[in-house]
Write a protein that binds this ligand. Sequence first.
Ligand code: HEM
Ligand code: HEM
Length: 232
Amino acid sequence: MITRLRAWADTHTSEGRWSPVAITFHWTMAALVLFQLVWGWWTSGIPVGGDKVAAYQLHADVGLLILLLAVLRAIWRLMIPGPVNDADDPGWESTVSRITHFLFYIFIVGLPLSGWLMLSATAPEMQLMLGGVIPAPRLPVGTLSQEGLWQVQWAAERIHFFMIWGITFLIMGHVAAVLKHYVFDKDNVLPGMLPLVDELEGEPIEIIPESDEEEMPRTKTLRRSDRRKADD
Ligand code: HEM
Ligand code: HEM
């Protein structure tokens, strides 16, 4: 099974592109993490009350979905290697890039876990729902004393805040590095993480006009699936 998955992913990675599964994980997670940051900061600013509780409920439900996706994504990433592309040229930049990607994984697991711990310690009555759909249990801190619960809350809150700033700076550095590759180096790093680009590329074919009218031959990009049909 893994061998077949690797062979399938290799049809993409051997062209310097991430597999569609990795691309889907990447952009879904990027959108959810950015949403969480904006929503979390906005929520912390609204007055205490029903709206704030509802806003934290959504924050927690989306955060737990990120945790599930992060675990699945990490398993996928460990099983299926990514492409070797221009970001892998030897030197300090590729080392920084590898450390950044590794820290991203730590943060997308650590942020939801610390948030989950906070609410388990201080809001046991709140029913957390993974993605708003599947009920999630409280983490096992119920046997602790009130003092112990406050200590857990204190530590988890600091970890959450530390990771919020950590991931914010990482995202800024990550996007700057990607733009540098795209604008200055003009290499294959960003295209390799974009969906569909490969599908839209192809050899131009000539279209012969059906009518007798004088018309200049045009060119069209043949999609990969059409090319396969044509080969058959
Ligand atoms: C990748 C996932 C997550 C991100 C990026 C994130 C981000 C944030 C942000 C930006 C804040 C506001 C910080 C501030 O007030 O300055 C926040 C607060 C908070 N988050 Fe998250 N969060 C994530 C996951 C979670 C999860 C899964 C839970 C709960 C199950 C959670 C629970 C909380 C709580 C309770 C607070 C309020 C902390 C306080 O004011 O004492 N978070 N989070
Ligand atoms: C919350 C935001 C983001 C997170 C957490 C994130 C995380 C990651 C991670 C972990 C990787 C390594 C590949 C993998 O293991 O799947 C990666 C690669 C990549 N990301 Fe992001 N990313 C984010 C936002 C963005 C944005 C906004 C862009 C575009 C400007 C971008 C462009 C890329 C590219 C081009 C790669 C491939 C790098 C390579 O081939 O070495 N990412 N990202």
